[in-house]
Design a binder for this molecule. Structure first.
Ligand code: UDP
Length: 392
């Protein structure tokens, strides 16, 4: 039987594991934490859903990805809506016509919407950095308002940088809408797993060819000598998929890559619902960026109590959990040095947000994993071997 080793039991690692297992590979997954799911991990605390590592809302344009995950869980349609506290009001984010109505006197709001409709007759979404460059003075003025009130404070907290210092793709994730569409995402498929992501991933990993070993730091076992990869001094002559921080594979010899980390604080409240929507953003006040009440996403009703999670961004120091790769020209250059050096290992594959150092959404992570696993199933040159690790 062919075999494969996967480092990391998150969304990327398990998607790859599943595909390989279905194609007859004996797959061992090594996971540092004591649970499945990586940062997608969620759990129920007295019947209330908690996303332990921050809000994860599933959305995709690709039917294939939606179909794939629905093999492992029942889903229900859910369109995420976010409010942001701006000028003491809660207004929809992405900033849209409804936000204008709520923030400006009626006559001015009508005028602003007219100006925007003239500038963008087809509606749609415009990245804030692009809107700021618009030739019309009135459009530019509004863009500046949105920039200052929605993006500057939040981005400073989230990344420790100004929006100008960020890669434009990051600001582009939350564009300005030239319509009343107040959904956070516009993808065709938007849905949440009925029992949560952890249950979904458990089902994904439930295959006779997959074994997961928890609390196992693979880096203590892996060794690189020349072009060869070893596990406890035994040659790995099978594919090894790595989903952790890439620099850890090489002892951070080119320096640590920058990431952003998060700290979460939970507040238990004796009310059925604490905030009007699942997520409220605070671009201009407090040191947290947003509060999430995941309970509002779950199916089961729990009267009289709820949990609100406050999210505090942090620089990622040694030992902290990396959540976001802080992509920049400089960090990408460092990343490429690692990647180039690791390319000499023909059976090592880097996969996921951390190993590929890309700000992937869940669907992109799945898509990459599907692609990699499928390409491996088409390779013929991996020798058959018996598994050397078993689940504990
Ligand atoms: N952002 C912002 N204000 C907001 C929401 C987002 O400035 O109210 C910026 C911020 O820089 C953030 C980026 O847009 O990091 C992407 O936001 P998104 O909600 O996609 O972040 P995620 O949910 O991935 O943390």
């Amino acid at each position: 039987m062919k075999k494969a080793l996967i480092i990391g039991a998150g969304l990327s690692g398990l998607t790859a594991a599943r595909i390989l297992a279905e194609h007859g590979f004996l797959v061992t997954v090594l996971e540092k934490r004591d649970h499945i799911g990586g940062n997608v991990y969620d759990y129920f605390e007295n019947d209330i859903l908690v996303h332990k590592y921050g809000p994860h809302l599933f959305h995709t344009r690709q039917k294939e990805i939606a179909d794939f995950i629905q093999r492992f869980s029942e889903f229900f349609p859910y369109e995420h809506r976010v409010l942001g506290e701006i000028k003491d009001k809660l207004v929809p984010i992405p900033f849209n016509f409804k936000s204008i109505d709520l923030l400006f006197p009626a006559e001015e709001a009508e005028h602003l919407k007219e100006v925007l409709t003239r500038a963008y007759p087809d509606g749609g979404s415009v990245p804030i950095m692009e809107l700021r460059e618009h030739p019309d003075t009135k459009v530019k003025e509004l863009a500046e308002f949105v920039f200052q009130n929605v993006f500057c404070g939040y981005t400073k907290k989230q990344w420790g940088k100004t929006p100008e210092e960020m890669d434009s793709s990051v600001m582009g994730r939350v564009p300005v809408r030239m319509s009343y569409d107040d959904r956070y995402f516009t993808d065709e498929f938007q849905m949440m797993p009925v029992e949560g992501y952890t249950a979904m991933l458990r089902n994904m990993a439930e295959h006779e060819n997959i074994s997961i070993r928890y609390c196992c730091d693979a880096l203590r076992h892996l060794g690189i000598v020349g072009e060869k990869l070893y596990f406890d001094k035994e040659l790995c002559d099978y594919p090894v998929i790595y989903t952790g921080c890439v620099e850890d594979l090489l002892g951070a010899k080119f320096g640590r890559l920058p990431y952003r980390s998060l700290r979460f604080e939970a507040e238990h409240k004796n009310v059925t619902q604490a905030q009007p929507v699942v997520q409220v953003n605070y671009p201009n006040c407090y040191s947290y960026t947003r509060t999430s009440e995941f309970k509002l996403v779950q199916k089961k009703e729990v009267p009289g109590r709820t949990i609100v999670i406050y999210e505090y961004p942090l620089p990622c120091k040694e030992g902290d959990i990396p959540y976001y790769p802080a992509e920049s020209e400089e960090s990408r250059e460092i990343y490429n040095r690692y990647r180039t050096e690791l390319k000499r290992l023909p059976n090592l594959y880097l996969l996921g947000r951390l190993a590929e150092y890309k700000y992937y959404n869940m669907d992109m992570a799945i898509s990459q994993a599907l692609m990699l696993a499928r390409s491996l199933t088409e390779k013929e040159d991996f020798v058959d071997a018996e598994a050397v690790w078993t689940a504990e």
